[in-house]
Ligand binder design. Structure first.
Ligand code: ADP
Length: 589
């Protein structure tokens, strides 16, 4: 079975649990089969011999006794087998998430988030059902089904054959309806996901919705999605409302046939009244195993398909694998050399220009490197290649003479503190967000945390909050302004001990005054950390040791502010415009 090796370890680890569970399940089945025998005795006592109250009391007591044991054993098997299936479910989901976390940005760009979510929820649930209920259905079918038939055969051969005629029909009907029910419930589930996603998106963008008065359109979208969900649910109800009555009808027909023919046998005294009652009880017991056969085949099929879909993700080899070995980073003062770097995004059009082309340079430890260039010129892409968010298509990056692809990824990434253009905050407190790279539960607001917040020009803002560093930032930081979020992201980078700062436009969302404060904070690291800073505000990088000017993926020129001003190219033009606009001259001490 494809994917079986995936669940095998869970079965092996829980083998004693499975054995106990199955033994209890078989015991329950056997005890259930025993009850009709007791009833038969009781009825025969009542009809054939001269009955005494004591005998009937005794039979009733046995039934209570057996029922108590059925309860106990049922509790145990459910605990063992359902517990096992829940372990498989949780284990597979953890495995899946851990693997997805290992995948690189390129690998992930080929997958849809919704698709991964569906596999981590619906598919994992299908596997759980196949493992847990599959085992139960199989055992019941064999033990309960076969034994009930044997007991019935023991009572009367022809009557049994007669009673069994509708049974294959029950199994087939269950199988047929089961498939349709499953398909429709999947569709209902998908419609529900769609509805949740629409509501989530509309709520996340509620400010835009209100500002552009899109409330009516949003409400219509939600109501349409909601209607689609109800329609899908009704389609499911149309199947279930026929299935259960049909099952009951088939059973009642079978019951009527047995009542008639079995009744005749009883009248002709071929079987006793007790046998007749027991026979009907066995027929009742047979109902579940017959449905279980049909259900089982569906369960197993779905479980297999789901396991396959889970395997598809687990089998993706991470393009950049944090788990594989590699050399250690030997120095905490990394020296970076870049050789003819070329890069194109995996999702880019085939003949689109490369995002980076022929980029080279030597960046000694402690230098401040400014990065300028028009939007889309490759600044962010350049920053992403350094910590191996993506790997270059051609050329290479060396740290202390070693190709970064040969270094242990975990150690390489520890060298960098990255502030992307779109800051991302987790729902939690400011402290947790700033210290996310470290242990967030150290208790006291450490000096390090205050320093980082101070350098990011955030301390006065935080001191203004009632809960200070314990302020909860809300989902993705909704409680904060864009500029505040950006400074939290910056403080996170500055709190990190990493020797290289990668700052992608860290002052894009703050006013000029705050920007100046931030740049002063960042510049205090010159000489102690290597700083790469991309910025549209050229005054933020004017004091850089070297400024790289990007255009269409190339470094078109490089040098100090003074050299670039003298060249009178893009940089000088942009700097002049910005200084006329009044953004100039920051970063002065
Ligand atoms: P900058 O930071 O200078 O504004 P970027 O490095 O973000 O520029 O982008 C360089 C080029 O790469 C642009 O043409 C952009 O469209 C493209 N690009 C950026 N990110 C992606 C991505 N995730 N997938 C595909 N193309 C991208």
């Amino acid at each position: 079975m494809t994917g079986f090796p995936l669940i095998k370890p869970y079965l092996e680890k829980n083998s004693s649990r499975i054995i106990i569970g199955l033994l209890c399940l078989v015991t329950v089945d056997l005890l259930q089969l025993f009850i009709p025998r007791v009833v038969k005795n009781a009825v025969d006592t009542l009809t054939v011999l001269s009955p005494t109250i004591a005998q009937i009391t005794w039979d009733a007591a046995i039934i209570v006794f057996v029922a108590v044991f059925i309860g106990i054993f049922r509790y145990i098997w459910r605990h063992c087998l359902i517990g096992l299936s829940r372990q498989v479910e949780a284990g597979l989901r953890n495995q899946l998430f851990a693997h997805v976390q290992r995948l690189s940005a390129s690998d992930l760009s080929r997958l849809k988030t919704g698709d991964i979510m569906a596999r981590a929820t619906q598919d994992v649930t299908q596997v759980r059902m196949a493992v847990g209920m599959g085992m139960v259905a199989l055992t019941d079918t064999i033990i309960l089904g076969v034994s009930a038939i044997c007991f019935m055969l023991y009572i009367h051969k022809w009557l049994t054959i007669l009673a069994l005629i509708p049974m294959p029909l029950i199994a087939l009907t269950t199988r047929f309806f089961g498939r349709t029910m499953h398909r429709r419930s999947q569709e209902a589930q998908a419609a529900f996901s769609n509805l949740t996603e629409t509501v989530r998106e509309r709520l996340a963008g509620i400010r835009i919705v209100q500002a552009y008065q899109m409330e009516e359109a949003s409400a219509l979208r939600v109501s349409n999605d909601s209607k689609r969900y109800v329609d899908r649910q009704m389609a499911l109800v149309r199947v279930t409302r026929s299935f259960f009555p049909l099952m009951i009808l088939l059973f009642n027909i079978s019951m009527a046939v047995i009542l008639y023919f079995g009744g005749r046998q009883t009248i002709f005294k071929t079987i006793t009244t007790g046998d007749f009652v027991a026979f009907i009880s066995y027929l009742g017991l047979l109902a579940w195993p017959m449905m279980a056969i049909g259900w089982l085949t569906n369960l197993v099929q779905r479980g297999k398909a789901s396991l396959g879909r889970i395997m598809d993700i687990l089998e993706i080899t991470p393009g950049i694998d944090p788990m594989t070995g590699g050399a250690s980073v030997t120095s905490s003062t990394p020296d970076i050399r870049i050789h003819t770097l070329g890069f194109s995004y995996p999702s880019a059009e085939k003949n689109a220009a490369w995002a980076l082309h022929n980029v080279s340079g030597h960046f000694a430890f402690g230098r401040f490197i400014g990065i300028a260039g028009p939007p889309g010129s490759g600044k962010s892409t350049f920053l992403r290649l350094l910590p191996r968010i993506y790997d270059p298509v051609s050329g290479r990056i060396e740290i202390n003479g070693m190709d970064i692809r040969e270094l242990r990824l975990e150690e390489l990434r520890r060298l960098f503190a990255f502030v992307p253009q779109e800051p991302f905050l987790f729902s939690g407190t400011l402290r947790e967000n700033i210290l996310s790279a470290m242990d967030p539960d150290t208790g006291e607001v450490s000096q390090q945390l205050r320093d980082a917040a101070g350098k990011a020009h955030l301390l006065t803002t935080i001191e203004g909050f009632r809960l200070k560093f314990e302020t909860v930032v809300g989902e993705r930081g909704v409680m904060l302004s864009g500029g505040q979020k950006q400074r939290v992201a910056l403080a996170r980078a500055l709190a990190s001990p990493a020797p290289i700062l990668l700052l992608d436009d860290p002052v894009s969302q703050v006013d000029v005054e705050t920007g100046k404060g931030i740049i002063t904070g960042i510049r205090s690291f010159i000489g102690r950390k290597t700083i790469f800073m991309a910025s549209h505000r050229l005054s933020a990088i004017r004091h850089a040791d070297e400024i790289l000017v990007f255009d269409q993926g190339h470094i078109i020129t490089r040098g100090t502010h003074e050299q670039l001003m003298a060249e009178d190219g893009y940089y000088a033009r942009a700097a002049r415009i910005q200084s006329i606009e009044g953004n100039g001259e920051w970063g002065e001490k």
